[in-house]
Design a protein around this ligand. Sequence first.
Ligand SMILES: NC(=O)c1ccc[n+]([C@@H]2O[C@H](COP(=O)([O-])OP(=O)(O)OC[C@H]3O[C@@H](n4cnc5c(N)ncnc54)[C@H](OP(=O)(O)O)[C@@H]3O)[C@@H](O)[C@H]2O)c1
Length: 257
Amino acid sequence: MRKTALITGASCGLGYEFSKIFASEGYHLVLVARSEGKLYIMKEKLEKAYGINVYVCAEDLSKENAAKRVWDYVQEKKITVDVLINDAGFGDFGKFASSDWEKQYSMLQVNIAALTQLTHLFLKPMIERRQGKILNLASIAAFMPGPMMSVYYATKAYVLSFTEALSVELRGTGVSVTALCPGPTNTGFAKSAELGKSRIFKAFEKTTARSIAEYGYEALMTKKVVAAPSRKNKLTLLAVRILPRAVVRRIVYMIQK
Ligand SMILES: NC(=O)c1ccc[n+]([C@@H]2O[C@H](COP(=O)([O-])OP(=O)(O)OC[C@H]3O[C@@H](n4cnc5c(N)ncnc54)[C@H](OP(=O)(O)O)[C@@H]3O)[C@@H](O)[C@H]2O)c1
């Protein structure tokens, strides 16, 4: 029997690539994002190309109870979710003091609250069936403080910490959880985070969304807990471990500002 993957942030970037990979592996899909039109175009293409069922659940995950509405949609359609990809997320570049509070609050809702509630809702039935896989999109940013993107880096540190802790609680349940931690990747992220003025996206070579999604798929299937693609990212992580924290935060500031 075909399995079903629910993918948030499916309308573009990494989520879009994950959707194509899962479709090509024969999974039915539940696609979640705000851009309903884009999701319906994907539905048409993917159903035709792979003979799968694609369900569209257009939701703004920054809104109150959005995760619960996604859950209710899935219950109403009597769908069993085997794989949950918590991909939806965004950043915001600039000093916290002069930032737009509404954007910061939405970021907390999408990157943290919705991801956590979706995990909470879908985890229990996975444990009951003794099978299931969850992938949470963290970032290389999860490993360090991020001056000029302070809230974003902190949200990703939350995702990493939450996922690692959960992975221990889930031992022996048949359910796995993976934190994917990419570095700069070529998607719509830079635009939505208004990273135009930051050096970070200019300083680092960007990876393609496809290669990160392929790496993430593999890490999920092999039940890796923390998955940091690329040798350059691994070197960054080594430097973060070795250098004093005060030096790390100043370096991140120098690169980002
Ligand atoms: N690109 C990078 O360099 C990079 C590096 C590390 C980690 N990441 C993480 O990877 C994930 C995917 O980002 P991406 O790079 O693929 O960026 P992207 O191209 O901007 O895609 C973001 C996705 O999230 C969805 N989304 C944003 N706000 C939402 C909301 N309020 N409600 C529902 N869906 C929402 C967007 O769909 P709609 O606009 O249609 O709602 C879109 O599908 C994020 O969690 C990001 O933090 C990215």
